[in-house]
Design a protein around this ligand. Structure first.
Ligand code: RTP
Ligand code: MG
Length: 140
């Protein structure tokens, strides 16, 4: 399988509870390399733009408010099949349905406050990485 890059976000519920290190250990244990990382506090406009694809969903307003509520850590993860592997390590969107050992099973509080985001396909990974990082910040 090809080496890929994917965009990961450690969400406010996790940064607030000081879980960044524990979550990064899960990525690294799965063979994902953190090739870029920064802690930022999104404005509501930035969070709204990032999640624009969900703008007609009933949870959009709540999601945007949550993502702009406190700092997040945005990261680029690299590895073989990184997009699917990251989503495997994250677990199901709803923590009640997430497999044992996944980030969301261990740490998520609810379907909304579910600790991590991960790109869902090669095209979205490319767009989402470019949304947060310039080429200069991607050290490989
Ligand atoms: P993400 O995009 O954050 O990696 O999560 P995902 O692919 O597993 O889930 P997606 O369907 O893309 O939804 C994006 C985020 O919206 C919030 N959500 N809330 N209250 C709800 O019913 C609900 N459904 C989704 C979650 O934070 C989800 O991760
Ligand atoms: Mg998604």
């Amino acid at each position: 399988m090809a080496i890929e890059r994917t965009l990961s976000i450690i969400k406010p519920d996790a940064t607030r509870r000081n879980l960044t290190g524990k979550i990064n250990a899960k990525f690294e244990d799965a063979g994902l390399r953190i090739v870029a990382s920064k802690r930022i506090h999104l404005s509501p406009a930035q969070a709204g733009k990032f999640y624009e694809v969900h703008k007609d969903r009933p949870f959009y307003g709540e999601l945007v408010d949550f993502m702009a509520s406190e700092p997040v850590v945005v990261q680029v993860l690299e590895g073989e099949g990184a997009i699917a592997k990251n989503r495997e390590v994250m677990g199901a969107t709803n923590p009640a349905q997430a497999d044992e050992g996944t980030i969301r099973k261990e740490f998520a509080l609810s379907v909304g406050e579910n600790s991590v985001h991960g790109s869902d396909a090669p095209e979205t990974a490319k767009e989402e990485i470019a949304f947060f990082f310039s080429g200069l910040e991607l050290v490989g």
